[in-house]
Design a protein around this ligand. Structure first.
Ligand code: ADP
Length: 283
């Protein structure tokens, strides 16, 4: 890690806790960790949400699959340490192999590289009962100690919320931009603005917002039902001046493919526009 000495350090202003420091001096401290020597990652995209369970992993996986289908080398870092779901979605249940160069990611059927805490635990169903700094340390090691090789795009399935662990990830990994995932209710309850404001505070560009669980399509008549209320994505994106990346319905085909570990077989087109946009914004 590059050490930049903070001017406030040692003065009466300094509490020793840079994360809560309001001094302009903290901007001089660079917490970015060094990527593993055997890896080269061109673009890093964080997939974030203001709270858990809104489909952040689903969107991270979908975008990774779409960029992989375009012919890019893609990886997914599952930084949702307490609720890892990426390996299961892709049917990966092996343990990651350690080498002198670092830990090797596992690969999906179509060659997406994956690293997740579930690939390192003896029992994948064991709860991760770790304090924030330990969880943050594990995510940092996914960056420093995993042999990702050459990647065009790395998607980080970020820890949910705006607490200690996402803060560590934002500070330690050079993220090029974030995709915010919300549900229609989050858009109303302003949870999405917390995720947006955190990215802005960390000086990370917001690529856009995906509204997940936006509606359900009736299999008989095709009518779209807004079971979580009317969509507000356009007005919020307008207000925040960010792109609408897409709306995903609750789609039983997607959840059953996740449950069966066959997510790469999905033929959903909901995020085609989002994948194109990421490709053109970060090429
Ligand atoms: P998060 O990463 O935000 O915690 P997940 O992506 O793990 O959320 O999604 C939570 C659950 O909801 C999972 O079981 C997932 O398969 C399901 N799910 C998410 N989005 C959809 C969707 N659009 N259609 C159907 N099921 C979904």
């Amino acid at each position: 890690m590059e050490e930049n000495k903070c001017n406030a350090e040692g003065s009466s202003q300094c509490s020793g806790d840079c994360s809560s420091c309001s001094s302009a001096h903290k901007e001089q401290v660079d917490f970015t960790e060094k990527l593993n020597d055997k890896s080269h990652v061109k673009h890093v995209i964080g997939v974030v949400s203001g709270k858990g369970g809104v489909g952040k992993s689903m969107v991270a996986a979908m975008l990774a699959v779409l960029l992989n289908r375009k012919g890019y080398k893609v990886g997914i870092m599952d930084a949702d340490i307490t609720g890892p779901s990426i390996p299961k979605m892709f049917g990966i249940n092996k343990r990651a192999v350690s080498t002198p160069d670092g830990v090797l990611p596992e690969e999906t059927a179509n060659g997406i590289k994956i690293m997740s805490i579930n690939l390192l635990l003896d029992q994948p169903d064991a709860p991760v009962v770790w304090r924030g700094p330990v969880i943050g340390g594990a995510v940092k090691q996914f960056w420093t100690d995993v042999v990702w090789g050459d990647l065009d795009y790395m998607f980080i399935d970020m820890p949910p919320g705006t607490g200690d662990v996402p803060l560590t990830v934002y500070q330690s990994i050079p993220i090029d931009g974030v995709v915010i995932v919300t549900s229609p209710q989050d858009l109303v309850s302003l949870i999405v603005k917390k995720a947006y404001n955190m990215a802005v505070m960390m000086n990370i560009p917001v690529i856009g917002i995906v509204e997940n669980m936006s509606y359900v399509k009736c299999p008989d008549c095709g009518i779209e039902l807004n079971i979580f209320g009317e969509s507000h994505i356009s007005e919020i994106c307008n207000e925040l001046q960010v792109m609408v990346l897409g709306k995903m319905p609750i789609d039983p085909q997607l959840s059953s493919l996740c449950d069966d570990g066959k997510f790469e077989r999905n033929n959903a087109d909901y995020l085609f526009g989002a994948a194109d946009l990421i490709e053109s914004a970060l090429s």
